[in-house]
Design a protein around this ligand. Structure first.
Ligand SMILES: [Cu+2]
Length: 150
């Protein structure tokens, strides 16, 4: 009898461990990366305006707890958009990681930049979502990029 209980506990432990693992990692499985920053930049289009929004982070590979430069380049019909207000909101899909918002400043030729840091995820998640909001002519649109950090 005692042996059976012991056996049951031993057998259930791996299941328990898998459950804990699954709970901790579920936030990173709920989204998929759609922006491979390790191989280049990512371009999304604001459909209503045909505005191209290119997103990048440097230096590469993108790592946590290091000084990063966030770059957004805005173009309409291949011409730089220099008069936009560009905001960046960094979150982890399905998990609160603190507020990480930036207002990017226009540097040159439609290129907007800001500096920041991505914190280490306490649950080992590596997926982040960058929501870029572009405001111009009294209109605002948001595009998002899901990327991985090292
Ligand atoms: Cu996290």
């Amino acid at each position: 009898m005692k042996n059976k209980i012991f056996l049951a506990i031993i057998l259930s432990f791996p299941l328990f461990a898998v459950n804990v693992f699954a709970m901790q990692y579920s936030h990173s499985f709920s989204a998929k990366t759609d922006c491979a920053l390790e191989t280049g930049t990512c371009v999304k289009t604001i459909g209503t305006d045909n505005v191209q929004v290119e997103f990048d982070i440097n230096p590469k590979p993108v790592t946590t707890m290091s000084d990063l430069v966030f770059t957004v380049t805005v173009k309409k019909d291949e011409r730089p958009v220099t008069d936009a207000k560009v905001g960046l909101d960094l979150t982890m899909p399905g998990m609160f990681m603190g507020v990480n918002r930036h207002v990017l400043s226009h540097v040159k030729d439609g290129r907007y930049e800001g500096k920041g840091v991505l914190p280490v995820c306490p649950h080992g998640g590596v997926l982040w979502k960058a929501e870029v909001t572009v405001e111009r002519d009294g209109r605002s649109a948001t595009v998002s990029y899901i990327f991985e950090v090292k």
